[in-house]
Design a protein around this ligand. Structure first.
Ligand code: GLU
Length: 346
């Protein structure tokens, strides 16, 4: 995957983001640079996802003070898919505590594809990575109550992150529910290892619904900005989850948010992020902003191609990489930026 960061020079390197006009023009440039990129393939293993418009492309940036930059198809609704894992993880940590989730689910990248059954077998059923299906199913299983309570907990919690009432996409839910044999197998395996204490098929059903919640790129930016500001929604100002939970969630996203390309993303972009197979991507700039993008064509790991490129551009141009000192930022010219290699084979 070529992220296009090699020809991007640093435009701003400040403790805070530059003024609204400067951020706006860079978001517009991120969109213009990448709208013509036609690499990647729209997901079709959930049949309805294959009908997505491959040209749709939107980038939203919401700053922690609520300032907003919306460019392109930021109001097109799509299913949140795996990006839900980040927010359900945060809500479950807030509900039952850091230690309980750490013990049951873990925080490490397995390096395996998102729907891998092997991920369960690696450590005697310990899923390790809450950002792929095995760990996400184990996380959803930890939500208290019966399946109806669990669903209410998810809809209510993710809506508070978005600052508006999110709704289920019935068509996406139905399409995935009819074809999610792998997730049912993963849940059964987790049950066999004692990692799911309730009916595993009910857990898969709640998880399938959580993945089918409809969001826009703008919603994703608000949700990411909430994680960026210690759990405070930039629009409603509600404290959705505690600041310590955000800190822990961002660490997990840094380690595992982009499937088996997570290391490559962190190396090039230096921000916690999460992607989903419908084409959404979030990136969190702690203390500053949330970024949400939508573009359905995916790379082999399941990450939106244009979304990754757009965030890579913004990270470089705005000096957002969390690991960069001022000296590193100053040295970051098109001539010294890192080369790029294709990541782990699919
Ligand atoms: N609902 C999808 C699945 O479980 C989510 C996959 C993803 O976005 O990674 O297969």
């Amino acid at each position: 995957m070529e992220l296009g960061v090699g020809d991007v020079s640093q435009r701003a390197a400040t403790g805070s983001l530059p003024g609204w006009d400067d951020v706006e023009s860079l978001v517009v440039e991120a969109w213009q640079r990448n709208r013509g990129v036609d690499d990647g393939t729209v997901a079709d293993y959930i049949p309805i996802l294959a009908e997505a418009d491959p040209t749709a492309f939107g980038i939203a940036v919401v700053e922690v003070d609520g300032d907003t930059h919306d460019v392109g198809d930021v109001d097109v609704a799509f299913s949140i898919q795996s990006i839900s894992k980040a927010f359900v993880y945060a809500l479950v940590c807030a509900e039952i505590g850091h230690e309980a989730v750490l013990e049951r689910v873990g925080v490490d990248n397995t390096g395996l594809p998102f729907n891998s059954v092997m991920a369960v077998e690696l450590a005697a059923g310990h899923p390790r990575n809450p950002m792929v299906n095995a760990g996400a199913l184990a996380t959803t299983a930890l939500i208290p109550g019966d399946p109806a309570d669990q669903w209410r907990f998810i809809v209510d919690g993710l809506s508070r992150f978005a600052g508006r009432a999110l709704e289920l996409d019935d068509v996406v839910y139905g399409s995935e529910a009819a074809t999610n044999q792998r997730n049912r197998a993963i849940a059964r395996l987790l049950e066999s290892y004692g990692r799911i204490d309730r009916d595993p098929l009910e857990v898969v059903d709640v998880y399938t619904r959580q993945c089918a919640l409809r969001v826009t790129a703008h919603d994703l930016a608000v949700m990411a900005a909430t994680l960026a500001d210690g759990g405070v929604n930039p629009i409603t100002r509600e404290q959705v989850v505690p600041a310590t939970v955000c800190r822990d969630t961002l660490a997990v996203l840094a380690a595992s948010g982009l499937y088996e390309h997570s290391g490559e993303w962190l190396f090039e972009i230096g921000l916690p992020g999460k992607s989903g197979v419908a084409g959404g991507v979030i990136a969190v700039v702690p203390g500053k902003a949330g970024i949400g993008t939508y573009s359905p064509p995916l790379d082999r790991a399941g990450n939106s191609v244009r979304g990754q490129r757009a965030v890579a551009f913004l990270s470089r141009a705005l000096g957002l990489n969390l690991f960069a000192s001022d000296a590193a930022r100053a040295a970051d010219t098109p001539h010294t930026s890192p080369g790029h290699t294709e990541g782990t084979p699919a």
